[in-house]
Design a protein around this ligand. Sequence first.
Ligand code: ATP
Length: 341
Amino acid sequence: MSQDITVGTIASHSALQILKGAKDEGFETVAICRKGTEKVYRQFKVADRIISIDNFNEFASIEDELVDMNTVLIPHGSFIAYLGLEGIKRLKPKYYGHKAILDWESDRQLERKWLERAGLKLPKMVDSPEKIDRPVIVKFFGAGGGNGYFLATSEEDFHEKMEKELDKGRLNDTRYIIQEYIIGTPLYIHYFHSLIMDETEIMSFDRRYETNVDSMGRIPAMDQLQLRIDPSYLVIGNFPLVVRESYLPKILQMGENVVEASKQVTKKGLYGPFCLETIVTDDGEIICFEISARIVAGTNPYVNGSPYTWLKYGEPMSTGRRVARELKNALNENRLEEVVE
Ligand code: ATP
């Protein structure tokens, strides 16, 4: 067993590959399940232990147990959504990652500053509806998974669609930003930055499968007009993807720049898995509209590794397993405390 550490996470999002990867690296694993979800984690044999709770807002009640098991918690998208920033900062068990980076990731203004500092190209922001002079996407703060986003082409269009969205009453935070809508191909770039090796690696790529925007092409334009369908962006799954090889140098540089810039704004900087969410335009520009500073579900097609991790490792290496490998390397060099908080 890898020096008595248990690797644990909340059973959702990318937990299957995180736990499988940890087992492959010789760790004990624990899945923290919401009651009723245990069967999947049992069936796929990824969890040595399962702790069930009624609701994740009771997470504090199991923290002592996790500490006793010497657990290192691995964050993912749902983990952060369920525990919230404050919950994560208060965690008693060890946590893989730099918590300070979450402040920069979760605040749209800070996120933008960070990405600008890294020299990335970002979509233009539009200050107010009157200034809409191009296609824009309106993003609500409280819109998990793109729910509620809408496109607008003019001020009038904006007000009409905004009213429609507010009428639905499904948003818990109605603050919004207006951003230039980039016409191009969505490309989600998965990286891993190793603090132990001091290296940024390209792990894989994906594109998302979103409802209903990805089905619009199946409806003839004439019918679309009649039905007045507005696109929505709720993520249903992810497709694996490889990019033109000639883009790789630029993509690697972007990842390195983001890590470098993160060191200027936080003590330890960004490390571990992260993702740049981009749109590639028809003149080859890579425009980044968001960063996720942790493992993304787009890595899930690669439980057995991606073409890129195969090139680098020559053995199955998911992003989940890469995290566990980092913990193992850190333990071997007596540097665990550097990568956990
Ligand atoms: P998550 O936090 O899970 O990444 P989200 O709710 O923040 O999701 P986004 O990923 O930001 O949602 O965006 C949802 C959809 O909108 C995606 O299909 C993305 O490609 C598209 N999108 C976002 N910003 C732009 C933009 N500026 N131009 C064109 N498309 C965009």
